[in-house]
Design a protein around this ligand. Structure first.
Ligand code: NAD
Length: 476
């Protein structure tokens, strides 16, 4: 059920790297190793760079129409292998099978969307100041891309980066997460089977800091796209700055949710609880700070807790499971720490709050109320199944509290008033805002943050532009 893992360099699979390094991949539901992952030695990375250098001109020279055909075929293959890839994803990452299928489907849709959008990388003609001058604005691929993806969305995050780069005519070296490598291995296999020329897409694994330092020191690499923590993003942005590379940074957030008293509290709680505990809360746009206007607070909390208590924890491949384990033991330690801090500061754990079972990285869906804004969980992204819920009185007060952190990835608000909806959409400092909706991530819309949550967008026309340079030609 789980594939043999390898590096993919210059159109060939390497079952081992040039060195003898590697690591075990662990199933978070069983804590058992499921495969051995080879690490790339620096010579493998150099081979990947040389391959990407050869792959870039060949891929760029191909018409956008023909590139679209290969990418579309890869997306179709991914859809045809949906159940296989989804089972691999569950085993290495822990989310439930239904969520894995939804993610792999979205990954295929993202590749399809970029395949088509690559055919619309239009330039424009700007009227000259003299009749004798023609002025063209052209878009060209940035060149070789280095991409780094995390473990929480092993299909969707690589699909965004591979899709955007290939649609623009770039070649790419991707270092997917060592903790969840099998899904990306299978996605790359789809591209290889679809006839992608050698060197255009290269997949490596290794010690993350060693791989990123090696790749980002190269002049030949012109762009970095990273999804992960703010701390690592700052470090990588610094490395990329040395050779002034283009960069897209999708970093962490701490998404406020504001439920106004004129919203239906039960309806909002149902929507938000389902969204909160998706992937056990390990989602960068997961709602993480709940502000509920005083009049609705008790009703909202009561319904939200009911939803949390109905969740069935278990192995994501077992039928009936509605939430899987956390992806790694680091998250369990982080949950213990945040819950202990919240209770020490006067918070009440109304549901959950503890690890679950003796095997697997399970943590109960947790709801904490009546805690101060100074609690760690109100200022640090939990990245797990914790929902802190507090009250607010007025619009201005809650906007100040929501905007008080140095993050700005996603934010949500629930209200039945059109004027409040417009005002809150304008007031929140966030790259994405969901109003009476949590549907803020689709292939055709821009996904990205502001402030320390990063810069640049993936998806939408903005996602393609991120892999294109602008060239102005004035022709006399
Ligand atoms: P971490 O900071 O150790 O790693 C985050 C990701 O970056 C991992 O995928 C890791 O492999 C990669 N990474 C780490 N150092 C790197 C380097 N020098 N070069 C290249 N890649 C590197 O944290 P973690 O324990 O894996 O996750 C914890 C935190 O990371 C979470 O609390 C969350 O804030 C953040 N995170 C965010 C996202 C997201 O989608 N934005 C995804 C995963 C993790």
């Amino acid at each position: 059920m789980y594939p043999k893992l390898g590096l993919f360099i210059d159109g060939e699979w390497r079952a081992t790297g040039a060195g003898s390094q590697g690591e075990d991949v662990i199933n978070p539901a069983t804590e058992k190793p499921i495969a051995r992952l080879p690490h790339a030695a620096s010579t493998d990375l150099d081979d990947a760079i040389e391959a990407a250098k050869r792959g870039f001109p060949a891929w760029r020279a191909m018409s956008a129409y023909d590139r679209c055909k290969i990418m579309s075929k890869a997306a179709d293959l991914l859809r045809a292998r949906l159940d296989l890839v989804s089972k691999i994803l569950v085993q290495e990452q822990g989310k439930i099978f239904a969520e894995a299928r939804a993610e792999v489907t979205m990954a295929a849709d993202t590749i399809s969307w970029y395949a088509e959008e690559g055919r619309r990388a239009y330039g424009r003609i700007v009227p000259g100041r003299s009749k004798a001058v023609r002025q063209f604005v052209m878009h060209e691929p940035v060149g070789i891309v280095a991409a780094f993806t995390p473990w929480n969305f092993p299909a969707l995050t690589p699909a965004r980066k591979i899709g955007g780069a290939l649609a623009a005519g770039c070649s790419i070296i991707i270092k997917a997460s060592e903790e969840t490598p099998g899904t990306c291995v299978e996605m790359v296999r789809c591209f290889a089977d679809a006839g992608l020329p050698p060197g255009v897409l290269n997949l490596v694994f290794g010690v993350p800091s060693a791989v990123s330092e090696h790749l980002l020191a190269q002049d030949d690499i012109k762009k970095i796209s990273f999804t992960g923590s703010i701390a690592v993003g700052k470090h990588l942005a610094g490395l990329a700055a040395k050779t002034v590379k283009r960069s897209t940074m999708e970093l962490g957030g701490h998404s406020p949710v504001i439920v106004f008293a004129d919203a239906d509290p039960e309806k909002a709680a149902d929507t938000l609880a389902a969204f909160k505990f998706r992937n056990a809360g390990q989602v960068c746009i997961s709602p993480t700070r709940f502000y509920v206007q005083e009049d609705s607070y008790r009703r909202f909390v009561s319904r939200f807790v009911e939803c949390a208590k109905n969740i069935k924890l278990g192995d994501g491949l077992e039928s009936g499971t509605t939430m899987g384990p956390l992806a790694n033991p680091r998250r369990l330690d982080a949950m213990d720490d945040l819950v202990a801090d919240a209770t020490a500061r006067g918070g009440t754990v109304v549901s959950g709050g503890r690890r679950h079972g003796n095997v697997g990285y399970f943590f109960e869906p947790t709801v904490i109320t009546d805690l101060p804004d100074s609690a760690k969980i109100m200022t640090q992204e939990p990245f797990g199944p914790l929902a802190p819920i507090v009250t607010f009185k007025t619009f201005d007060e809650v906007v100040t509290r929501a905007n008080s952190l140095p993050f700005g990835l996603a934010a949500y608000a629930f209200t039945s008033s059109n004027s409040t909806a417009t005002a809150i959409g304008d007031a929140l400092e966030s790259g994405m805002v969901g109003i009476n909706s949590v549907a803020i991530s689709t292939p055709e819309t821009p996904f990205g943050g502001v402030k320390e949550s990063g810069h640049g967008s993936e998806g939408g026309v903005e996602g393609l532009s991120a892999y294109l340079n602008t060239k102005f030609i004035s022709q006399g």
